[in-house]
Design a protein around this ligand. Structure first.
Ligand code: ADP
Length: 394
């Protein structure tokens, strides 16, 4: 069904002869799309997915397989949807522009999404807004890299501007030679992002939701622990974060969401530095790994909130349902057997935890599920979550 813009601004304004269900279209068939399905069912929404390939994580919903970089494919998918949202940030700008031109409701819109798609644009825009970020520059030649290294004590972090995830596209470097291959691949007009190597005490993530009419909701700031550039654990809320740290994280995320006109859920990844500053590392404009704890530890999960936000519905409460929730990622999965084979042991030994699996084939390093545990004693909660996740990694 193709709706005029006036009707799209409120997807609940159905004309008499139209079906009474609101259709949410999600581009990308990964675990984030999959985890939007249970709240969509609960809310009575019709959720549809444009997946990259057969057998995707999100195939539990009505799924169409197609190329999200192809305008015609995306337009055909969108034709039946009241709102389009995303499982990932890789839909090209010209495809998004075409959706907007045709009057579709795209949440978040391309004017916001571009800052999650391109790390250089993000650094530039956040710097312009006066938001604290690591020292940075853009580099397209070995000389630029060498100059930046000299300025920052001989060590820096190099990043590809686009397409990186889970630490792919991030290198700690001490010489220009270490990024010679990336420099060579740059197209005219492209650059690498170079950043100061931040001495951080820990990494934090501030999750926020914003709806088109402006309402925002913040969850408590969390600590995220990475192994080899991949998130391995999240502690909610971040220990010892009450007061100044929570206030800084919350006001940074609120300012970014409002100034960039972000809609849906956004994660702001942060560094807490050894000299007590909070710097923004990255933005993700979709539900995020650092928010999976909300499924079992908050009144409203990030997946339900994302649906509410993109449909411009009132946002849900974001308070904790237990003093602590720990999320442990299942990375790789069982080396023999399928994802279900550890269930009997994990469930028997850890009856209080919640196990979430993504319907993905176990493969070294791959995120194939996570475990949430909640309670009032942090060491005990962490023990339960790590113990249960451990059954899936043998
Ligand atoms: P990705 O997009 O792959 O998630 P990030 O930019 O988030 O990449 O970087 C991945 C990880 O690398 C971060 O979580 C952090 O641990 C480390 N890192 C990134 N930038 C810096 C930096 N400037 N200083 C120190 N460590 C960094």
């Amino acid at each position: 069904m193709f709706l005029p813009v006036s009707a799209l601004s409120n997807p609940f304004n159905h004309a008499k002869d139209e079906p009474l269900t609101t259709v949410v279209g999600v581009i990308g068939g990964g675990q984030l799309a999959r985890m939007m399905v249970p709240p969509a069912i609960n809310l009575g929404l019709d959720i549809r997915v444009l997946a990259e390939n057969e057998g995707s994580s999100a195939q539990i919903a009505a799924t169409q397989v197609g190329d999200y970089t192809d305008v015609e494919t995306v337009l055909a998918f969108a034709a039946d949807c009241d709102v389009i949202t995303f499982d990932h940030e890789h839909v090209p700008a010209h495809v998004l522009a075409e959706l907007i031109k045709r009057g579709y409701s795209v949440q978040p819109g391309p004017h916001a999404l571009e800052f999650a798609q391109d790390k250089l644009r993000m650094r530039q825009r956040l710097g312009d807004l006066g938001i604290p970020v690591p020292g940075w520059t853009q580099a397209s030649t070995a000389e630029h890299v060498t100059d930046f290294l000299a300025e920052w004590g001989g060590r820096a972090v190099a990043k590809t501007a686009r397409g990186g995830y889970d630490g792919k596209g991030v290198r700690v470097i001490t010489s220009a030679a270490e990024v010679a291959d990336w420099l060579e691949l740059l197209q005219p007009g492209e650059s690498l992002l170079l950043e100061e190597f931040v001495e951080f005490r820990r990494e934090l993530s501030q999750l926020i939701a914003r709806r088109p009419s402006g309402e925002m909701a913040l969850w408590p700031v969390v600590e995220s622990i990475q192994a080899d550039g991949v998130c391995s654990e999240v502690i909610a809320p971040a220990p010892h974060s009450q007061g100044k740290i929570a206030d800084m994280a919350g006001s940074i995320a609120t300012q970014i969401a409002a100034e960039l006109d972000v809609t849906g859920v956004m994660a702001v990844e942060l560094f807490e530095t050894t000299d007590d500053r909070i710097l923004v590392n990255e933005l993700a404009m979709r539900p995020h790994n650092s928010g999976h704890w909300t499924q079992d530890g908050s009144t409203t999960s990030q997946f339900e909130q994302h649906l509410r936000a993109v449909l411009d519905l009132p946002l849900g409460a974001t308070g904790l349902t237990a003093p602590f929730t720990v999320m442990v990622n299942i990375l790789g999965g069982p080396t023999s057997g399928d994802m279900l084979s550890p269930f009997p042991h994990a469930m028997a030994e850890h009856p209080t935890v919640k196990i979430h699996t993504y319907g993905k084939e176990p493969r070294p390093g791959r995120k194939v599920g996570h475990v949430n545990a909640s309670g009032d004693d942090l060491p005990e909660v962490a023990y339960q979550a790590r113990g249960a996740a451990g059954f899936f990694q043998v």
